[in-house]
Design a protein around this ligand. Structure first.
Ligand SMILES: [Mg+2]
Length: 366
């Protein structure tokens, strides 16, 4: 079975999250949720879907898929994923350890797994682990940054009412964290993701000030994200379990952070890290050395569905991250939404979701 065409698609979906729209780095409100999907067609009429991380740079990632990856892939066999992806990683080694080309390769890998599952009649989670019997997965509500305690409290309560038992904030102040904690009470798990807002000394100081809030984890407290030493210091001197890893590009980088045994949770992202093939290597490695993996997935497309399959197939239990909002329309239907804090594991072949291509075309921006 040969690959005949690669189609990267930039999609922009309307959304609401119960508060004013979060601000982009430019200071402008984020009006739409943009993402890069990838469709891979084959000469046997089977197509697969993937997703590349795009956040804020979707057009560059789209161009990387179209101009760098696609020309190397058309005409190649679709059914030997590890040899094709291995060859691509070698050919693109000077530009694909992280960043847009890596993200495009991640989408391709996910799409190839979707095709493999469709050909074999198996959901991806069962291809990864034939013993997998999970049917639902715990989900945490990952709230967008609101920067105002009143909104943080309101949306935290909304998430609680919808059945979530774990809530993650993307805030940077103690006031906002305290507002969420007051709103949800002491029994609920509360996580804080600062997106690398602080340098290590400041992060340690903040962690100590946040101890009363009983955080389940403190995510990416340190800038830059690869300051592994700084992360380790926050974990030991700040007294809160540290989570990080969404910005890791490769399996070897993952191993370096995992081997340092300095933080509690590792969070590689299937749409950045090289797709299902590479993330599954990380899962196996984490299982071998006994470190906890909590994949990063602020996504609504094939990347989120791929994450569901990976988490379903893991030996240890992990949560799915859902970047809390309601889309105007969902190309993946209800498969992206939690009910009472749980998502169903798709059981159809491949990704196992009926992708609504009419919705994709309607919101297609490139
Ligand atoms: Mg994060």
């Amino acid at each position: 079975m040969k690959i005949t065409h690669i189609e990267p698609i930039l999609i922009e979906l309307p959304f609401e999250h119960g508060a004013p729209k979060p601000l982009l780095r430019s200071g402008m409100p984020r009006k739409m949720m943009a993402a890069v999907y990838l469709r891979v067609d084959t000469d046997e009429g089977i197509s697969g879907w993937g997703e590349a991380f795009g956040f804020g740079a979707c057009r560059i990632v789209h161009a990387a898929a179209k101009m760098v990856v696609a020309p190397l892939v058309v005409g190649e066999a679709a059914d030997d994923i590890s040899s094709l992806m291995g060859e691509l990683h070698r050919k693109l080694q000077s530009m694909a350890l992280n960043g847009p080309v890596r993200f495009a390769l991640s989408a391709l890998d996910i799409a190839l797994w979707d095709i493999l599952g469709k050909v074999s009649g198996q959901p991806i989670h069962r291809l990864l682990n034939s013993e997998c019997r999970r049917t639902e997965l715990p989900v945490y509500a990952s709230l967008m940054r609101m920067q105002k305690p009143d909104y943080v409290a309101k949306v935290s309560r909304d998430a609680l009412e919808r059945g979530y038992r774990h809530i993650k904030l993307h805030e940077q102040t103690i006031e906002c964290v305290a507002a969420a904690r007051n709103a949800i009470g002491s029994d609920m798990a509360l996580m804080l993701d600062t997106n690398c807002s602080w340098e290590a000394d400041h992060a340690i100081d903040m962690a100590n000030k946040l101890r009363d809030q009983d955080l389940f984890w403190l995510e990416e407290p340190v800038s830059p994200p690869d300051d592994f030493e700084g992360l380790a210091r926050v974990q030991t001197e700040g007294g809160i379990p540290v989570a990080a890893g969404e910005n890791l590009g490769t399996f070897h980088e993952f191993c370096r952070l995992a081997d340092s045994n300095s933080i509690e949770y590792l969070q590689p992202d299937v749409t950045k890290f090289g797709g299902i093939t590479e993330l599954w290597k990380a899962v196996r490695y984490a299982e071998r050395i006994g470190i906890k993996l909590e994949p990063h997935s602020p996504l609504y497309g094939p990347g989120l569905i791929a994450t569901q399959h990976i988490v379903a197939a893991m030996k240890t239990e992990a949560m799915i991250e859902f970047y809390y909002c309601e889309l105007g329309e969902s190309p993946m239907g209800d498969a992206i939404y939690a009910k009472d804090g749980f998502m169903s594991v798709p059981d159809g072949p491949g990704l196992g979701v009926d992708i609504d291509t009419a919705v994709i075309e309607k919101y297609r921006a490139a």
